[in-house]
Design a binder for this molecule. Structure first.
Ligand SMILES: [Zn+2]
Length: 494
């Protein structure tokens, strides 16, 4: 804990006196949020010791990064033209989506063999990481690493376990989607392999979108968000806050970045694909969220927390998807939109919640005094594979490498972080459904949410948007939206 934070906690009574003064009243929420940490404050001698041990305490994460980014080497595979390619962390997913089966198979096997070779080291690193978290949470008077991690966002443990239960109750949707995938790809279920599932279902569209076309489509798609939202959208475009074109030495990808006293810059690398239209809608979601919060909140409360960061961007993507499905007359294009959207949902909700449960189970074992060997970790991941991705009838027993993700997901070193991806998407779909179904007050509530910054704790801020993650309704809304998307694909694909 930093010197300043420590001083604040030590002088809470004096600060509370100051906060009674009208001039400082608006800062009270921020300080009270800090004062929650008082019962968890360390003694000076503990702080000093931990600071001297900081390199060792940070070692599991940094050793994992070095091993995973620098020493792990997946070797070479042959691409579809027979050319030798160095398989890397960066191009692995691209080759797993290759049309050529032998390319996907080689990528999968090289990748798996390399991780398997390091399974004992990777397990020991993770065990050490969790052991440290266990000790640190005890010293700080938290029950365990999970409670310590949820504390700053004031998220109840029950929300975390409820997310897991709700998601697991919907895995029939994953099964339905896998049935459709198997049918489209004409897979022989008795002999199917993991690399058969990752090929694309639809031909990549060669349709190109100009920037102007992209903007027009997004503007139409976001109309349901009302006049105030569209005004900000027009301002971003007309005042040229977006840098669209790729140029030499420009950073790759896309992002939105803002400060309290400026609108938000957007960086894009527009190539004219439908994916770019979705990315632009996403980044505009971040920017307009910042603009509303900056406008309404003081500098102390303007920035929205990570827990909420993806809600506005995914809401925009969802509105865009629904708009494109409505206007598109091309069946192939519609199929591709649905495939992407369903794939994003499954990887953001089911996959991340599977990871979230994995973290909880692994921490539980260590908390109870057990250790994490590779057998233990792979045992958990294989069990969770079957629970989250239910097998089809007669499906081939899964490959020995299918549970290896237990060893190499970098986010496991971020201590109970991944569940926020899932809650973000669920909130966004629930908001999108409310707005598209013209629920009374839905737009106003959403604008109030966008204007909230970090004034309240994230789950209370979401309530302003009409999303109470402690009730069933947002989960029901999101999963029923997914169910409809899957049914729509099913209807047009065959
Ligand atoms: Zn984003």
């Amino acid at each position: 804990m930093s010197f300043v934070e420590n001083e604040i906690l030590e002088n809470a009574d004096t600060i509370r006196e100051y906060l009674k003064n009208d001039k400082f009243k608006s800062e009270a929420i921020a300080y009270e949020r800090s004062f929650r940490h008082i019962p968890h404050k360390l003694l000076d001698v503990e702080n000093e010791l931990l600071s001297k041990l900081s390199t060792g305490l940070g070692a599991p994460g940094s050793i994992f990064d070095k091993l995973n980014d620098a020493d792990i080497d997946f070797g070479y595979i042959k691409d579809a033209d027979g050319e030798e390619i160095h398989l890397t962390q960066g191009n692995y997913s691209k080759y797993m989506k290759d049309k050529n089966t032998s390319v996907r198979k080689a990528a999968f096997l090289n990748h798996g063999e390399e991780y398997k070779k390091h399974q004992h080291t990777l397990s020991m690193i993770y065990y050490t990481y969790i052991s440290n978290k266990k000790t640190l949470s005890k010293i700080s008077k938290f029950e365990d690493g999970l409670e310590a991690s949820l504390f700053s966002d004031n998220v109840p443990r029950q929300l975390y376990t409820n997310l897991i239960d709700k998601t697991k109750s919907q895995t029939h949707l994953v099964k339905k989607w896998r049935t459709i995938v198997a049918k489209v790809l004409k897979l022989d279920i008795k002999t199917v392999n993991p690399w058969d599932w990752t090929q694309p279902l639809c031909e990549a569209s060669d349709r190109n979108y100009t920037i102007e076309e992209g903007i027009e489509i997004i503007r139409e798609a976001l109309q349901p968000l009302g006049k105030k939202y569209i005004e900000k959208f027009d301002y971003l475009i007309n005042a040229r806050w977006i840098d669209f074109y790729p140029t030499d030495n420009k950073t790759s990808g896309a992002y939105s970045s803002s400060q309290w006293d400026t609108p938000a810059f957007i960086l894009m690398n527009w190539t004219g694909k439908l994916r770019d239209v979705a990315t632009l809608a996403h980044e505009i979601g971040h920017s307009i969220h910042s603009m509303f919060s900056n406008e309404k909140q003081t500098q102390t409360y303007h920035s929205y927390p990570i827990f909420l960061a993806e809600v506005a961007s995914i809401t925009n993507e969802y509105l865009l998807t629904r708009h494109l499905l409505k206007i598109s007359t091309d069946v192939e294009e519609k199929k591709a939109i649905l495939e992407n959207t369903i794939g994003d949902f499954i990887s953001t909700v089911f996959r991340q919640v599977q990871f979230a449960e994995f973290e909880m189970l692994a921490h539980d074992i260590v908390n109870k005094g057990g250790s994490l060997t590779s057998d233990v970790l792979l045992g958990i991941s294989k069990k969770l594979n079957i629970e989250y991705y239910p097998k089809l009838e007669n499906e081939n027993d899964s490959h020995e490498f299918s549970g290896l993700w237990a060893l190499f997901v970098p986010h496991f070193y971020m201590n109970f972080y991944v569940y926020k991806y899932a809650t973000g998407l669920i909130a966004a779909y629930s908001i999108g459904e409310g707005i598209l179904n013209d629920e009374p007050g839905a737009v106003d509530k959403y604008i109030a949410f966008l204007s909230s910054g970090c004034r309240n704790f994230p789950i209370d801020t979401l309530k302003e948007a009409g999303v109470d993650l402690q009730t069933d309704s947002p989960y029901n809304n999101a999963f029923s939206a997914l169910s409809k998307l899957i049914s729509e694909f099913d209807k047009i694909a065959f």
